[in-house]
Write a protein that binds this ligand. Structure first.
Ligand SMILES: Nc1ncnc2c1ncn2[C@@H]1O[C@H](COP(=O)(O)OP(=O)(O)OP(=O)(O)O)[C@@H](O)[C@H]1O
Length: 304
């Protein structure tokens, strides 16, 4: 289990991570979702001891990363796929890590097979790899020590659709065998399709967290009509607060049946009426992060 407890980190005037707390449980994939600059990478860097926090803590299995003996055997980490030594071959990168962890060379072959890097590719310099190949190598590196926890920062970056599909299967399988997976993304859809639990961060603060099902449930009702302007009037007339959505229609917190009645009473022809689910979650994500998206200096003292 990963536990983050009241974690804060400030860079000069920026509070990159602000009192962040959450847990990632074994047997589950936890998606760490937030727009660019929200504080995901900083949180993950603190988790693996690369960045010291100002306050709070991050522990894995009850220990700080720095206190875990032979950490690669317990925690697989992929933070920046381009951080590998560009002059080494993929095989060399894995070989050195295997030696450090006391693993046999056969494990390197196993991992290369797992991420579909063939012998020719494995012998090529990492500097000549595509971003997708680097991500595959990074995933192989993270899994090398057969860890029980995976911490992956934007692992789908640079993967093509087939690669993304492959990675989802791999992570699902890993979690179903009891592993803990924490993966970050700035794309809602990417997290939504794979995560059991979601932690949403905006400008350093947690803005929502829970199981995916809980977050979907809180996503409300989606309604569209032949004439959305008329629908808008009908909803307003029934005192139903509704938010217009980009591709037509509205999202509202009230039950579909209440929306349906308001439409029927006003003779509005509906073309769609359903629980908002992913459309609602997308709206929720935009709403939750819209006012926390821009990087702004920490406010000091009382506000004017
Ligand atoms: N070493 C650093 N020095 C100064 N500011 C930093 C440093 N690292 C991160 N920041 C700032 O902290 C904030 C959070 O950055 P972070 O990389 O954690 O966000 P992120 O959610 O991972 O974003 P992205 O999706 O773009 O990777 C940003 O404003 C960033 O500019």
């Amino acid at each position: 289990m990963i536990r983050v407890d009241r974690l804060s980190k400030t860079y000069g005037p920026y509070r990159a991570v602000d009192d962040v707390s959450f847990v990632a449980e074994p047997g589950r994939v936890t998606g760490f979702l937030g727009p660019n600059g929200a504080g995901k990478s900083t949180t993950m860097r603190v988790m693996v001891g690369l960045t010291p926090p100002d306050s709070g803590s991050a522990t894995i299995g009850g220990l700080r990363y720095a206190d875990i003996p032979n950490p690669g055997r317990h925690v697989g980490v992929l933070l920046d796929a381009s951080a590998q030594h560009a002059g080494r071959s993929g095989r060399e990168v894995l070989h050195l890590a295997a030696m450090t962890m006391g693993l046999p060379e056969s494990r390197v072959d196993e991992m290369l097979r797992l991420v579909s890097l063939d012998e020719k590719e494995a012998k090529r310099r990492v500097g000549a790899y595509s971003l997708g190949m680097r991500q595959r190598l990074g995933i192989a590196h993270a899994l090398l020590g057969d860890p029980s926890v995976l911490i992956l920062d934007e692992p789908a970056n640079g993967l093509d659709p087939a690669g993304i599909h492959w990675m989802r299967g791999l992570l699902r399988d890993y979690a179903s065998r009891g592993g803990t997976v924490l993966l970050s993304s700035h794309l809602l859809h990417e997290v939504e399709v794979i995560a059991d639990d979601m932690v949403v961060i905006g400008r350093g603060k947690i803005v929502a967290q829970g199981t995916k099902a809980e977050l979907l449930r809180s996503a409300g009702t989606l309604v569209r009509a032949e004439d959305d302007a008329l629908l808008g009037k009908a909803l307003a007339g029934a005192d139903i607060t509704a938010t217009p959505i980009a591709d037509g229609g509205f999202r509202t917190e009230v039950d579909p049946v209440v929306v349906g009645r308001a439409a029927a009473t006003n003779g509005v022809v509906l073309t769609e009426l359903r629980p908002a689910e992913s459309a609602g979650l997308e709206q929720l994500f935009l709403e939750l992060t819209s006012d926390t998206q821009r990087e702004q200096p920490v406010q000091e003292g009382p506000q004017a």
